[in-house]
Design a protein around this ligand. Sequence first.
Ligand SMILES: C[S@@+](CC[C@H](N)C(=O)[O-])C[C@H]1O[C@@H](n2cnc3c(N)ncnc32)[C@H](O)[C@@H]1O
Length: 229
Amino acid sequence: MEEINEDNTEEFYKKAILYWSEIPPTIDGMLGGFGHISQIDIHGSRQFLRLIFQLKEPPGKSTIVDCGAGIGRITKHLLSHIFQNIDLVEQNKMFLDQAKDYLGPGVYKKVGQLYNVGLQDFTPENDKYDVIWCQWVLGHLTDTDLVKFLERCRSGLKKDGIIILKENIASSKEIEVDEKDSSVTRPFRLYIELFQKTNLHCIKNIKQNNFPKGLYTVYMFALRPKDIL
Ligand SMILES: C[S@@+](CC[C@H](N)C(=O)[O-])C[C@H]1O[C@@H](n2cnc3c(N)ncnc32)[C@H](O)[C@@H]1O
């Protein structure tokens, strides 16, 4: 199985910063030229969130953080319609700067903190978030950093809070390494194994439907602290 060489994480993160620094702050830029799938993606996420709000102890709708937010595509088209306050975490300053224009005043007034930092270095404030949303960014973390990040997120959740991940899944059982953007695509099983290393339970996972053929399979996962189950 190909792996990230965890002795060389500095290089892994540096290369990703360099890659994203050359990408335009547009929807197409965020989605690697597949801007046209944005609506289908948002629709699938909305349906997933509906299921989450039907849980016996659903999360609140006050405060969410959009991790690896880019210019705020998900915030604009999904999260701002549901949540009152939205924080953004994004390592590329140019994308965060663009978010203000892209979101427009109506949505931007719901934006609270802008954290210009990589997720490997991001620690949410304790008990702050109803939902922590991470999409198409976790392939940029090493396995070790992903586990640590999830553990920190756990402390950042309010009571009944939930972490939602939406990520590409490798078609085989192998990790696929993309040297160009310095990311990995993990197989489904590896995600489950990494969740097991945390104090979180995966309470739901659903495959995104209706993406065009030829793209990676995408899964949404909902994680909840073990002690509130
Ligand atoms: C494929 S884009 C997805 C953007 C957004 N989540 C969306 O779905 O529209 C990946 C984003 O993750 C950001 N990113 C890459 N590595 C990161 C890291 N280590 N920490 C935080 N953000 C990162 C990139 O700058 C880029 O904005």
